[in-house]
Design a binder for this molecule. Sequence first.
Ligand code: 5GP
Length: 217
Amino acid sequence: MTGQGKDGGDRRGLMFVLSSPSGAGKTTLSRLLLEREAGLSMSVSATTRAKRPAEQDGRDYHFVDAARFEAMVKNDELLEWATVFDNRYGTPRGPVEAALSRGQDVLFDIDWQGTQQLREKAHADVVSVFILPPSAVDLEKRLHSRAQDSASVIRGRMSRAAHELSHWAEYDYIVVNHDIEEAFAEIQSILRAERLKRERRTGLTAFVRDLQQQLGS
Ligand code: 5GP
């Protein structure tokens, strides 16, 4: 999982995971990261959930039926998968492995179940961030303002939020989304610092050896 970086050559691509209860701002934060950070691509999940009006197949999700999803699981085409709100969601393996091997970082918008599976498979490459809403009232407001789901779906998502929250302590970093730009700046700092970690910078040994040679001559 290495690729060409600057100042020291190769770097291992990292798996940058954002999780949160629905409505905590994760989709907006993911979009901002992709717009403003080079070298990062989104992992587009497969799901059996129905497409929302604003969503586009292949961009937001790969919308598949239950039989296709089952086949993907059987053929080991998914890096991880889970059932969320009675629908199944999973991460296609191919695009993630291709991006990481180019030294590109991959952004995941997945739940705690998927994060646990990624951590088991690729612990050293996973950086996980849990986003908290500032309050329950705020979370409910955001779910209503999305106006993409029915009232009963929103009620279901609110009651699931408490369960999802209970997994916060499994994550490397916690960001409270009081303000979208502030939360974005925090997440960007996490990504930038993690990119500089010595263990990921596989090209540094040769880079430093060169520097030492130049200094010695
Ligand atoms: P939504 O239906 O609102 O798009 O997503 C519902 C939940 O499923 C979110 O918490 C989202 O992070 C999670 N999710 C989306 N894709 C995946 C995936 O590929 N794997 C897992 N484990 N969870 C996912």
